[in-house]
Design a protein around this ligand. Structure first.
Ligand code: FE2
Length: 290
């Protein structure tokens, strides 16, 4: 069995667990190289909608985001491009994340995501053979401008009925409080129901949050604990666990690879923000091969 009993116990009780050494340093380096390769070969700031200043730039960047579920697309950090010019010295330091289908479309990320240990892990945390993999992405958190991720539950963004999201989060570099490690509020997956969903705006191209339950009490700052971890660790995140990460004020990057598992037997609403083109079904994890 991949997950040890004490890891499964921590996941069930606290809403997350960490396994060190899931990837070797060489595998982490290969994934970091692939991130830089994707940026060097596929990101063109001259045509990227996030840098376009034509009327309706907001709408074209919303379209770019909403149709990214089954593509490899680049999302820029706020402030990385000013007046059409890079404000950082290297293009890779302008990127917030690359997503949302690396697990299917990129051979290096597909190789990692299709590892048998992850299929075993999915069964161990209760998924059926219909478990699907969605929203796979590289998160770059570049030095000095890498933005905070405000407290959230992953099931808000990847809602199924009933909720089933589980996040797999793999740092490709050591994560510390200085470069923006994850922070968890332990046990909130038991105390905080999924109270809102992130959906497509029915009135225009864009997204909105809709309430589906009474709002949760705000988690006090002191309830969060930093989860510093080594490159190559595997952090498993319950979809209802409240977590966040801080701004990267350091001069180091904080590359990570993450993807999410959903129960394929549960209903996936058609207004969820993330959809495959033409409503095509999501990739089953058990069918994903290197
Ligand atoms: Fe998250």
């Amino acid at each position: 069995m991949f997950l040890k009993p004490e890891e499964l116990h921590q996941f069930a009780e606290e809403g997350y667990t960490v396994r060190e050494g899931f990837l070797t340093p060489e595998e982490c380096a290969e994934l970091r190289d692939e991130i830089r390769h994707l940026i060097a070969t596929r990101l063109d700031l001259n045509t990227h909608p996030g840098t376009s200043f034509s009327t309706g730039a907001g709408q074209s960047s919303d379209e770019y985001f909403l149709s990214s579920g089954d593509k490899i697309r680049f999302f820029l950090e706020k402030g990385a491009v000013v007046d059409g010019k890079l404000s950082v010295s290297k293009i890779e330091d302008s990127v917030n994340k690359i997503g949302h289908a690396l697990a299917q479309l990129d051979p290096v990320f597909r190789k990692v995501t299709s590892r048998p240990e992850l299929k075993e892990l999915a069964k161990q945390v209760g998924f059926s053979d219909d478990v699907v993999v969605v929203q796979s992405m590289a998160i770059l958190k570049p030095p000095r401008i890498g933005g905070e991720v405000v407290p959230h539950q992953d099931s808000t963004f990847l809602y199924t009925d009933p909720p089933s999201a589980v996040g797999v989060w793999i740092p490709l570099e050591d994560c510390t409080q200085q470069n923006g490690c994850l922070w968890f509020a332990p046990c909130t997956h038991k105390t905080h129901r999924v109270s809102k969903r992130f959906v497509r705006d029915p009135t225009k191209i864009g997204t909105i949050f809709v309430d589906i339950d009474e709002p949760n009490p705000e988690v006090p700052n002191e309830a969060y604990i930093p989860v510093e971890c080594k490159a190559g660790s595997l952090v498993l995140i319950h979809g209802s666990a409240v977590h966040k990460s801080e701004h990267n004020y350091s001069d180091k990057t904080r590359y990570a690879y993450t993807f999410h598992l959903l129960e394929g037997k549960n209903a996936y609403p058609k207004d969820n923000w993330l959809q495959n083109e033409g409503g095509a079904p999501f990739t089953r994890l058990l069918q994903l091969t290197a």
